[in-house]
Each structure stands twice: as structure tokens, then as C-alpha cells.
Ligand binder design. Structure first.
Ligand SMILES: *Cc1c(COP(=O)(O)O)cnc(C)c1O
Length: 348
């Protein structure tokens, strides 16, 4: 979901962007106007997230999944160790991809809890020789979110923030790299954002594709080739909206109210349940199960009819999942809770 205000603004200037007589999709990405737009989006992201000066912000393509390959190519030597915390499907996919390039090692695996937990701080040891520690602060499919930032000593921490970026304040200085696909909390599909500490640049393997070489992209303001212009423009509008709504503090307060309402309702109901450990519950993705799983399909159909969409769980896990990203208002969550109450009354 994108903020309505953002879509409205984009619509209002779709045919005539900034007096150009053209859509932002039609201007040259090297023209003055678009270069300024991209610079403004970067400045806004730095401002909203508090990105320190010694970090580069890159606008890339290939999604977060592309970064699963770009990261080992940029940050590790062939055969070097990379440590991973495996807490669900996205961190698992990152391991599989990294194995093509390096000695990807899982140093904590939440298999035993069926990926409903995060490893406790101090329960794993990052190898001092590892190129980096990779983890997914929020596992989008399982709805499992870390309640702390792992400490890897001098080893850089690399965070796949695809589904939690901009959802609450974050201390960027604790990370070597923060990356994510834009399509959950930042904007439309087609844009990937990488925030990388500058001492990690310049180590890319020679065979790294230039468009994924962090140093080359940083040196060219992410415009070595044509960037995803519409996505960069829309991210700028989303960041304006975040600023107008209290910045990341504001997002955090709004998101906390949303997830508290939904989890307390689920916990109080004998009909619905959430399988995730209390300290690892995601603020953005709330999976839930019905006491009568044979009613799953009916639940999704009736919810759709009530205007509550995208509630089927990921195809790999089933059940339900409410993704309550930044743009979802508290009233949207309330409407879901009201529907769930009524569904339980009729079918519980
Ligand atoms: C969605 C998602 C991805 C995949 O992103 P793409 O942009 O589709 O490549 C990776 N990691 C996490 C945590 C995600 O939520």
C-alpha cells in the first residue's frame, strides 16, 4: 500500500511534471530536472533515516534478491566466510545465493522453532574472519522481526531491511550495509536501495557486473546506466509524506499502535492465533491462523468482499497474513479487526 496523498500528488503531475510539459517518466535522466529530483530523494532519505556522511546511498535495480548476489561480489573474496542468521525464507534465500560466491555459513538457524523466533543475542559467534554478517531484521513471510541489532564486533553487519525500512527509527551507524527492495515501505517495485559505509567500497571482484558494483555506482550517483526514474521520484514523494507525518518517530508510533491493536485482538481470541514468539513479532507482517483452517478460503473471499485485500498467507505457508506497512492507517487495522470479530461470531 502506498500513501493516498502520494498517489494523488503523482497523479496531479503525471502529465506535466514541474512545468516540463512531460511526465517524469519521459524526461532525460541526465537532464537538470531529474538529476535534481534524484539528489533530493537521496537528501530526503539521508534526512529521514539520519544516514551519516560516511555512507553512500545507491539506487539500483534487481531487487533485494539481486543484492543477495551483489553483496558477496562486493564485500567478500572467493572462498571467504560470510556468516548468516537464518530466521526464515529470505535469509535462507540469501544463503543459497551467497554460496555461489563464498563460504556462506549459517551460524544460527531457527529451524527448531519452525522459524517463529530470533536467535538470542550472545547465542552465536560471528567469525572474526567473516566478510560480513548477513541477517533479515524482518522476515516478511514468517512475520518474525529482530528486537535488537546483532553485534558482530569489527565484522560489518549487513541488513536486508526490505520490509522494515522506514517503519521506525534506526541507528544506521550500527550497519555496514542496509539494503532493500522499495516495494514494501518505500515506493513501487523496480527500485532497490543500498546504504553502504564508504570503507566497504572498492573491494568488488573484477567480474562484478558494473551496475552492481557499489563503488562504480557510488562514483556515478547511481547513474552509470539509466536508473529506475519513476521509482526514485515516487520514493521522494513517500519520504515527503514520512516527514509530514512525524518522520521515523511518527512512523514508529503509528506502527506500534497498529500492531499492538492487532496482536492484542488475536491473543484475546480463541479463534485466531499468531505462532511467533512474543519478542520476535513483526510490526509490519502479522501472520495469523484460524482455529478451523478449512475456513481459510472463505475468510479470504469474504474479507475481499469487505474490501480487505491481500490477506492470504504466503503461498509457501498458508494461513493469513496482514501486511500493515507504513501507509496502512490505524483505521485499516481496525476495519480488519472488526471483520475478524464478525467472522468469528458467525463461524467460531
Ligand atoms: C520482498 C523481500 C525480498 C525480495 O525483494 P525483491 O525486491 O523481490 O528482490 C527480500 N528480502 C525481504 C526481507 C523481503 O521482504
Amino acid at each position: 500500500m502506498m500513501p493516498l496523498e502520494v498517489l494523488d500528488k503523482a497523479r496531479s503531475e503525471l502529465l506535466d511534471w514541474g512545468g516540463s510539459g512531460m511526465s517524469v517518466m519521459e524526461v532525460s535522466h541526465r537532464g537538470k530536472a531529474f538529476v535534481a529530483c534524484a539528489a533530493q530523494t537521496e537528501a530526503s532519505l539521508r534526512d529521514v533515516m539520519g544516514v551519516p556522511d560516511n555512507y553512500k546511498v545507491l539506487f539500483l535495480q534487481g531487487g533485494a534478491y539481486g543484492e543477495f548476489a551483489a553483496l558477496p561480489m562486493n564485500l567478500s573474496a572467493p572462498g571467504q566466510k560470510i556468516d548468516f542468521l537464518k530466521t526464515g525464507q529470505w535469509s535462507a534465500k540469501a544463503v543459497t545465493e551467497a554460496k555461489k560466491y563464498a563460504d556462506a555459513r549459517v551460524i544460527a538457524d531457527e529451524k527448531e522453532s519452525n522459524y517463529s523466533t530470533v536467535p538470542a543475542a550472545g547465542s552465536y559467534t560471528v567469525d572474526a574472519d567473516a566478510a560480513y554478517l548477513h541477517y533479515a531484521p524482518n522476515e516478511t513471510i514468517g512475520g518474525v522481526e529482530f528486537d535488537y541489532v546483532p553485534d558482530a564486533g569489527d565484522v560489518p553487519v549487513v541488513a536486508d531491511m526490505s520490509s522494515t525500512i522506514l517503519s521506525r527509527p534506526v541507528d544506521v551507524s550500527k550497519f555496514g550495509v542496509i539494503f532493500g527492495g522499495a516495494q514494501k515501505n518505500m515506493g513501487p517495485a523496480g527500485l532497490a536501495v543500498v546504504i553502504v559505509r564508504d570503507d566497504l567500497l572498492g573491494k568488488a571482484r573484477p567480474e562484478t557486473p558494473s551496475v552492481w558494483d557499489f563503488a562504480q555506482m557510488a562514483a556515478n550517483d547511481s547513474m552509470l546506466n539509466t536508473p529506475p526514474t519513476f521509482g526514485i521520484y515516487l520514493l521522494g514523494l513517500v519520504l515527503d509524506w514520512v516527514k509530514e507525518n512525524g518522520g521515523l518517530e511518527g512512523m514508529g508510533a503509528r506502527n506500534k499502535a497498529k500492531k499492538d491493536a492487532l496482536y492484542s485482538f488475536i491473543d484475546a481470541s480463541p479463534f485466531y492465533s499468531n505462532p511467533v514468539a512474543l519478542n520476535a513479532r513483526s510490526w509490519m507482517n502479522v501472520p495469523f491462523l484460524l482455529a478451523k483452517p478449512e475456513l481459510d478460503k472463505q475468510f479470504v473471499t469474504e474479507a475481499n468482499e469487505a474490501g480487505l485485500t491481500n490477506l492470504a498467507g504466503h503461498r509457501s505457508v498458508g494461513g493469513m497474513r496482514a501486511s500493515i506497512y507504513n501507509a496502512m492507517p490505524l483505521e485499516g487495522v481496525q476495519a480488519l479487526i472488526d471483520f475478524m470479530k464478525e467472522f468469528e461470531r458467525r463461524n467460531g
